[in-house]
Design a protein around this ligand. Structure first.
Ligand SMILES: Nc1ncnc2c1ncn2[C@@H]1O[C@H](COP(=O)(O)OP(=O)(O)O)[C@@H](O)[C@H]1O
Ligand SMILES: CC(=O)N[C@@H](CCC(=O)OP(=O)(O)O)C(=O)O
Length: 262
């Protein structure tokens, strides 16, 4: 099987133009077919505030009412996605920026209203990602750049967490490629002490996850990130890493961040 590299980049890195430039350079230099998935939550929150809309997050998910959906569509599918594609083009990478609605690449289901109404948040299912469409783009020599906007197939755009998209895309592509998934963010990996980059946990087994949550080692956005990362490794993705965006260039040379084990 041919190797495919899927990289997810988080909002804190995207927000810093110097870090983003460096990351996109390293991403372009990676050998072989690749897919980039980006978030942008931080910029969406700032843009919402500038428009007088208060951002509300519960368990790492944005409550997406109709006004917020407009903002995230503009920010993720427009501003961030198109700027990233333009930067990749300038670096010689023939990128194509897409939402899940384009080419029906990711179809989601609006999250059912239970105790909390998340609004226009889309959940993914086994059959949500079209590996066939993504593979035809890769075979055409293009680098897909996917944002966090999906659709329900019945006109409605939806907002789906970018870590979840990365995991689902990696699982779907594993039937066609030996898929490697890398979550890039602003820290060196999963840390024992969140404020100390020298405390990277080099390997985490699925069986250790509950303990790390219970003793408070992992918290906040790291909980859904690890959950999505373990979903990927447990469903056939060949390798999953979590590490620092500006160390991506080192990934083949030495230990990069935290490696997940089944
Ligand atoms: N043990 C940990 N190691 C690293 N980061 C952690 C840990 N526990 C909590 N975090 C927090 O998780 C955040 C990453 O989650 P998130 O902000 O959702 O990522 P992204 O930037 O990819 O969207 C980090 O910025 C950090 O504040
Ligand atoms: C439903 C939901 O929460 N969607 C996310 C999508 C963006 C994202 O995941 O951005 P980061 O990777 O930068 O956090 C949000 O709107 O924040």
């Amino acid at each position: 099987m041919q190797k495919l590299t899927i990289i997810k980049i988080g909002g804190n890195v995207i927000d810093n133009s110097e870090n983003l430039h460096h990351f996109l350079q390293d991403f372009t230099a990676l050998e072989g077919p690749k897919i980039l998935i980006h978030g942008g939550g931080k910029i969406a929150t700032e843009t919402s505030a500038a428009m007088g809309i208060e951002a509300k997050m519960i368990d790492g998910r944005r409550i997406t009412d109709i006004d917020t959906l407009r903002v995230v569509t503009m920010v993720y599918a427009g501003l961030i996605n198109k700027n990233m594609v333009a930067q990749l083009q300038a670096k010689g990478n023939n990128a194509i920026g897409l939402t899940g609605a384009d080419g029906n690449i990711i179809k989601a289901k609006k999250r059912p209203v239970k105790a909390i109404d998340y609004g226009f948040v889309g959940d993914l299912e086994e059959s949500s990602v079209s590996s066939t469409m993504l593979d035809s783009l890769l075979k055409a020599g293009l680098t897909p750049v996917l944002c966090a906007i999906t659709h329900d197939g019945d006109t409605q755009l939806l907002n789906t967490n970018a870590d979840t998209i990365a995991s689902a895309v990696a699982v779907a592509m594993s039937s066609v490629y030996e898929t490697h998934l890398v979550y890039c963010f602003e820290k060196k990996g999963v840390l024992k002490d969140v404020n100390d980059d020298a405390t990277v946990v080099r390997e985490i087994r699925a069986s250790e996850f509950e303990g790390l949550k219970a003793d408070g080692t992992v918290a906040g956005g790291m909980i859904p990130k690890l959950h999505n990362a373990f979903e990927a490794i447990n469903k056939g993705v060949a390798a999953v890493y979590i590490g620092k965006a500006d160390e991506l260039g080192e990934i083949e040379k030495r230990n990069f961040g935290t490696k997940l084990l089944r």
